[in-house]
Design a protein around this ligand. Structure first.
Ligand code: PLP
Length: 429
């Protein structure tokens, strides 16, 4: 592959954009080399500025569950744009998408639209703190909830210690209210709750982690968290920015049969436009302004183009009952095929999967939390794997800590081509 034009565009971008990108992982820092500049995309494929074509497994980091430039979404946006791009007043469309979302997802009566997943989780935590009148929150190492201050916290030295900020600019004052737990470790959560009795407002987690590779919850983990939250009168927040409308119509709550108190959305709910949302039962949501005391707002929240895209996406997912089965079957096929060729080429690996989220790790140990994910990422194989696949026209996320997103646009020929690319690359690993 020739990446000449991408390289020129990256050089130009670096002069006027920090690091040449508007979101750090796009810069390829974790895998080396230079980022590829994309010109256009359709269905399962993206095309770069040098004319190279790739089978895409990033899919804008999750939103495009039906593939790129999905016609009903594109048409809805185009038609809406002709009638005005933003009003800053209520519109009927906002109620229509809210009604549909509330009908698809368990346990929610009301939903508030925002502009990103970060805004959704940030606002959900403020709401939980206000509702419970408590300051502390529990999050899990390796779970990503966007880039607001409370969430940019690294592991402290012991299970019951306070977190320390992992970005300059996050104050110690903020960090001390974020308690860190180990994913899939209920005992650790219980210790934190006991040590901070009456002070914790909420536990927030990705019900299937997708930001340290894909790490599904161990059997009983989500149920155990629900029970601990009930015992300690703490709200359970599912960050379903990745899993919402992806694992099932009702997201992880439906897939695992566990109820959350507040649910955060992003990605799929916006159909590829900038949308996030958070939702809960009436009692909690009515605590938000203007009905309640917890403030939250947005100039472009509920933007008509974003709502049109999101509505078209949700309508499609709601009407096609088979889509989640198809996604499951395609992902299982890919899982089996990749596993077979890696075995054949004697590459030690672990593959994690839940629904249409899948990740390949190079190492033998089970990947169950951030520490195990970091150990497997540390052996350097992923970089070779990533660049090898890219050269064979398969584009996965440029970091070992990411998930592959399977879309309904992928054909079995695409999956076979991907498995063949893995075969070729794994000979060199
Ligand atoms: N929560 C989860 C689980 C995510 O994966 C992400 C982004 O990848 C976010 C929150 C933040 O969303 P955004 O990037 O839209 O702010």
């Amino acid at each position: 592959m020739i990446y000449k034009r991408s390289s020129e565009l990256f050089a130009a971008a670096k002069k006027v954009i920090p690091g040449g990108v508007n979101s750090p992982v796009r810069a390829f820092s974790a895998v080396g080399g230079e980022p590829i500049f994309i010109k256009e995309a359709r269905g399962a494929y993206i095309y770069d500025e040098d004319g190279n074509k790739y089978i895409d497994y990033i899919n804008s980091w999750g939103p495009l569950i039906l593939g790129h430039a999905f016609e009903p979404v594109v048409n809805a946006v185009v038609e809406k744009a002709k009638k005005g791009t933003s009003f800053g007043t209520p519109t009927e469309l906002e109620t229509t998408i809210a009604e549909l979302a509330v009908s698809m997802v368990p346990n929610i009566d009301k939903i508030r639209m925002v502009n990103s997943g970060t805004e959704a989780t940030m606002s959900a935590v403020r709401l939980a703190r206000g509702f419970k009148n408590r300051d502390k929150i529990i999050k899990f190492a390796g779970c990503y909830h966007g880039h607001s201050d409370s969430f940019l916290i690294q592991a402290g030295s012991g299970a019951v210690t306070f977190g320390t900020p992992n970005s300059p600019g996050v104050t110690k004052g903020t960090a001390k209210d974020t308690l860190l737990a180990t994913y899939n470790d209920l005992e650790n959560v219980e210790e934190l709750l006991e040590a901070n009795k009456g002070e914790v407002a909420c536990i927030i987690l990705e019900p299937v982690a997708g930001n340290m590779g894909c790490i599904p919850p161990k059997k009983g983990f989500l149920e155990g968290l629900r029970q601990l939250c009930d015992e300690h009168d703490v709200l359970l927040i599912f960050d379903e920015v990745m899993t919402g409308f992806r694992l099932a119509k009702g997201g992880a709550q439906e897939a695992y049969g566990v109820d959350a108190d507040i649910v955060c959305f992003g990605k799929v709910i916006g159909g590829g436009l900038p949308v996030g949302a958070f939702a809960a039962r009436n009692e909690i949501m009515d605590y938000l302004a203007p009905t309640g005391p917890v403030y939250q707002a947005g100039t472009l929240s509920g933007n008509p183009l974003a709502m049109a895209a999101g509505l078209a996406m949700l309508q499609e997912l709601n009407k096609d009952a088979e889509i989640y089965n198809r996604l499951e079957e395609k992902t299982a096929y890919l899982h089996k095929g990749i596993g077979n060729v890696l075995n054949r080429n004697k590459v030690v690996h672990t593959i994690n999967r839940k629904g249409s989220m899948i990740s390949v790790h190079f190492g033998e140990e089970p990947i169950i939390d951030f520490a195990s994910a970091a150990r497997s990422a540390g052996n350097g194989k992923f970089k070779k794997f990533f660049h090898g696949l890219l050269d064979h026209g398969v584009y996965i996320a440029p970091s070992a800590f990411e998930t592959w997103f399977i879309t309904d646009a992928l054909s079995y020929e695409d999956l076979d081509a991907t498995i063949e690319a893995v075969h070729q690359v794994s000979k060199e690993l």
